[in-house]
Design a protein around this ligand. Structure first.
Ligand SMILES: *[C@@H]1O[C@H](CO)[C@@H](O)[C@H](O)[C@H]1NC(C)=O
Ligand SMILES: *[C@@H]1O[C@H](CO)[C@@H](O)[C@H](O)[C@H]1NC(C)=O
Ligand SMILES: *[C@@H]1O[C@H](CO)[C@@H](O)[C@H](O)[C@H]1NC(C)=O
Ligand SMILES: *[C@@H]1O[C@H](CO)[C@@H](O)[C@H](O)[C@H]1NC(C)=O
Length: 431
């Protein structure tokens, strides 16, 4: 009897997640994605995919547009949709949001967040997640944003820590962390039983600085973001032991003993993407128990500007830089024995896209990545006659989804086909 009781107690302790919080593979519910070494796994089969980034899907209000978008994604072979699980505004924006039927999930009013789980709020996200399932697509959902867009971390900083507070107080101010966790719990509790969720993402593009400046508490070596990832991932794991958890980061490195950089105008420039200044440490973050897979992004034109493509430096071109960034993350993931996804990437210009994407995508396929270009483009949307303002200058123009210069529409056949071809390769590998 005693013997049995002890065994039972041991089981409870294990189920509560004390062994690093990792879920034994056998326990994953049907239809939930898990990991097996460096591969994703779905119902006993490897799961490789091409996915779509579309933050604007939950902003749509007409079901025929939402269905049409998912139908297009499905036809393109897409299996994962990445979208925002946040949309916060402040009270001054509320009248405009109401008048224009803009989606919002929380509003900062009179010293606190008010949740909007009604038809103009989380019901829209419910609908996107439910509709995704109808088309065999799983959703990767981010809890907040490093940037101001759609009411990310800056709104928490401004309202809770006060104006003048630094960006990185988001990671260290206990009141802000509690406020973030309260919202995270709302979202996780809402969807934790859904097999339509692919994974949770702690934050889009966490950095020491955002639209606000960072401070001395978040610099190379303080590991502030790594600690935040560790704590938040553990928090989510406790709420939901079965869905995967990832960072949502850009994949910056902190290679402590290597001075990785480049020569520019006769000067050695230490590389922000490798020297820890950004705040992440991809190698370290991927070893955290409750971080199940890695994410990273690629925007060399925006990160290096005119320092790229300088003469006599064949490897410091947009195309080649991206290839080595992909390889660096593949190596790190191999070492950690976890999967990795190339979660966003973009270059400007049709010609650049046509030349560079096939090379990046091929290398990502060869190194077993999940692949999500930024961003899915949809034509023929009907909402408000095909012209609707969302927010922050995002709008539908003649029925085309918002274009920040990176949208990939079906009419751009050569670029579109890079991804539908890649999806065929991934889907064939998932058997
Ligand atoms: C409310 O939010 C908008 C958009 O993020 C911002 O421009 C404005 O400054 C905010 N208002 C206050 C009082 O913070
Ligand atoms: C560029 O990279 C290739 C392959 O790693 C290497 O062989 C070559 O020497 C590099 N060129 C320069 C200029 O660094
Ligand atoms: C293509 O990339 C080059 C190098 O970054 C850039 O100068 C050029 O403006 C890009 N083309 C377009 C159309 O954006
Ligand atoms: C594709 O559609 C977009 C959005 O309507 C438009 O801007 C672009 O000119 C079209 N491209 C081609 C090649 O037709």
């Amino acid at each position: 009897m005693r013997h049995v009781l002890l065994a039972w107690l041991f089981c409870i302790a294990t189920a509560a997640g004390t062994i690093g919080g990792r879920v034994p593979p056998g326990k994953t519910p049907k239809g939930f994605v898990s990991t097996k070494g460096s591969a994703f796994n779905l119902d006993g089969k490897p799961f490789y995919f091409v996915g779509a980034n579309s933050y604007w899907l939950p902003l749509l209000t007409e079901q025929r547009d939402i269905e049409a978008t998912f139908k297009e994604m499905k036809a393109a072979g897409i299996k994962v949709l990445r979208t925002w699980g946040f949309n916060a505004i402040n009270a001054t924006e509320l009248p405009y949001a109401k008048e224009n039927d803009l989606t919002y999930y929380q509003v900062w009013d009179k010293g606190g967040w008010k949740l909007n789980d009604g038809p103009q709020g989380l019901k829209r996200l419910d609908n996107v997640i439910e509709t995704a399932g109808k088309y065999g697509i799983k959703v990767l959902l981010a809890f907040t944003n490093n940037w101001i867009g759609y009411g990310g971390s800056e709104l928490y900083v401004n309202w809770i820590a006060g104006s003048g507070a630094l960006h990185d107080s988001f990671y260290s101010d206990k009141r802000i962390v509690a406020s973030y966790q309260k919202y995270v719990k709302t979202i996780v509790d809402r969807y934790k039983h859904s097999e339509n969720i692919f994974a949770w993402e702690l934050m889009n593009e966490a950095r020491c600085r955002g639209d606000l400046q960072g401070g001395p508490g978040c610099v190379a070596g303080t590991d502030l973001i790594s600690h935040w990832y560790k704590d938040q991932a553990a928090f989510v794991r406790k709420l939901d032991p079965h869905h995967l958890i990832t960072t949502g980061g850009e994949g910056h490195f902190y290679k402590r003993n290597e001075d990785i950089g480049y020569w520019y105008n006769g000067q050695w420039v230490s590389d922000y993407n490798y020297n820890g200044q950004a705040g992440e440490d991809f190698d370290l973050d991927l070893t955290l128990d409750d971080i199940d897979f890695g994410t990273y992004h690629i925007y060399p034109q925006y990160w290096y500007g005119s320092t790229l493509d300088t003469p006599n430096n064949e490897n410091f071109t947009i195309g080649n830089w991206g290839l080595s960034w992909i390889q660096d993350h593949a190596d790190s993931a191999k070492k950690a024995n976890k999967p990795v996804i190339l979660e966003e990437f973009g270059v400007s210009g049709i010609q650049n896209k046509t030349e560079i994407y096939p090379r990046w995508v091929k290398h990502a396929l060869d190194t077993n990545h999940g692949i999500l270009p930024w961003q899915f483009g949809m034509l023929g949307l009907k909402e408000n006659g095909g012209n609707k303002l969302f927010k922050y200058e995002d709008r539908l123009v003649d029925g085309a989804s918002p274009n920040d210069g990176f949208a990939i529409y079906k009419n751009q056949t050569e670029i579109w086909n890079i991804f539908t071809d890649a999806a065929k390769v991934q889907n064939a590998k998932s058997k």
